[in-house]
Design a protein around this ligand. Structure first.
Ligand code: ASN
Length: 361
């Protein structure tokens, strides 16, 4: 694990550093297009983000105390690993008491996975952790970086007017004027600014002239001490079904050495072939202790095991229905729950449970 004592760089803003009433926010820069520039062969690569304030002059107008911590080696988010998630979670835990909110600058490609992972790992989160990034690098004309970051910071600082309680104590994704619960986010666009969609759940806020929060959709939990988990099980896989999938493909995936869990991407409301070879493959995997989580390939709707004959075998086989979870949230949920090292009954219970608002039971 890299050193948690990374230096914090204060950014000049309208707030006086000594004004303890001004919200204190921490930006964690991990990489992504937001901070990229072209290398000698023309490809976009992440750069250090030292002079963030010079590239985003609007930050200086914000009435917040803002500090920046940049990871020593920023990455394109295609290179993100579970070890990164655990490190960022530790970093947030380390500074949790000192800051009112956190903004994670991250590449868009795997942002939905990272936000979902952190939603599980940061248990009893009581402060905002807002992921954002950009489709166009900060230095380039028409970049969406400043706009996304400024509003993400405003969300991280948001409080209810009278009670001053935190408005969004969740891991979320803010992008192109929409705030989405982190474990409901999906990247749906690689060319447009509207890169993310909230699956099966309303957006938590929209940014127009004003920031309009949908308070009834935001999770407010009883106050509890934050718990930063430190284990994720990496022995997971995704098996996406398609007509014509062969026994060799299914068997090869389900018999990977060290496999502990697999997301089964099924059809419609959780349906799959009923061919004996297919059901046998699943039964054998279950006998070897591999957990199977049933997630629909459909973007909307939910898994209802038993609705059709083609999903009626799953309950007997011990396949867990994923309800309306996204693949991103399912992969990271398997990593998290299996990383807890619980017994069979409790593992099954947690996989089916709504842990962080990732499913609508
Ligand atoms: N490849 C980039 C990344 O995910 C894409 C982006 O940030 N827009 O890091």
């Amino acid at each position: 694990m890299p050193d948690l004592n990374l230096p914090l760089l204060p950014l000049p803003t309208r707030a006086d550093a000594a004004d303890h009433t001004a919200p204190r926010l921490l930006i964690i820069y991990t990489g992504g297009t937001v901070g990229m520039a072209q290398n000698s062969s023309g490809g976009l690569v992440p750069m250090q983000f030292g002079q963030l304030d010079q590239k985003m002059p609007d930050l200086a107008r914000l009435p917040f105390r803002i500090e920046l911590v940049s990871l020593p080696a920023p990455i394109d988010s295609s290179n993100v690993t579970p070890a990164d998630w655990l490190f960022w979670a530790q970093l947030i835990g380390r500074h949790y008491a000192d800051f009112d909110g956190f903004v994670v600058l991250h590449g868009t490609d795997t942002m939905a996975y990272s936000a979902a992972a952190l939603s599980y790992v940061l248990e009893h989160l009581g402060k905002p952790v807002v992921f954002t990034g950009a489709q166009v690098p900060v230095g380039a004309s028409r970049s969406d970086a400043q706009r996304n970051l400024v509003t993400a910071l405003e969300i991280a600082a948001a409080r209810y007017p009278r009670s001053h309680t935190v408005r969004v104590p969740e891991v979320c994704v803010f992008f192109n004027d929409v705030l989405i619960r982190g474990n409901r986010a999906k990247k749906v666009e690689s060319q447009q600014f509207a890169a993310f969609k909230s699956e099966n759940y309303p957006p938590l806020a929209r940014a127009g002239i004003n920031l309009e929060f949908d308070d009834k959709s935001i999770r407010l939990l009883p106050a509890a001490r934050i718990k930063v988990h430190t284990q994720l099980e990496v022995g997971v896989a995704v098996l996406r079904l398609f007509p014509g999938i062969t026994p060799d493909v299914v068997r090869a995936i389900l018999s990977i050495a060290g496999l502990r869990g697999c997301v089964l991407e099924t059809y419609g409301s959780g349906n799959a072939p009923t061919a004996p070879w297919f059901l046998n493959c699943l039964a054998e995997a279950r006998q070897r202790g591999v957990w199977l989580l049933n997630v629909s390939q459909c973007e909307e709707g939910r898994v209802v095991q038993g609705k059709y004959e083609t999903s009626s075998h799953f309950a007997d086989l011990g396949v867990v229905g994923g309800d309306d979870i996204t693949t991103e949230a399912a992969v990271t949920k398997l990593m998290f729950v299996l990383g807890l090292g619980l017994d069979e009954a409790r593992t099954r219970e947690l996989l089916a449970l709504n842990l962080r608002g990732e499913i609508t039971l």
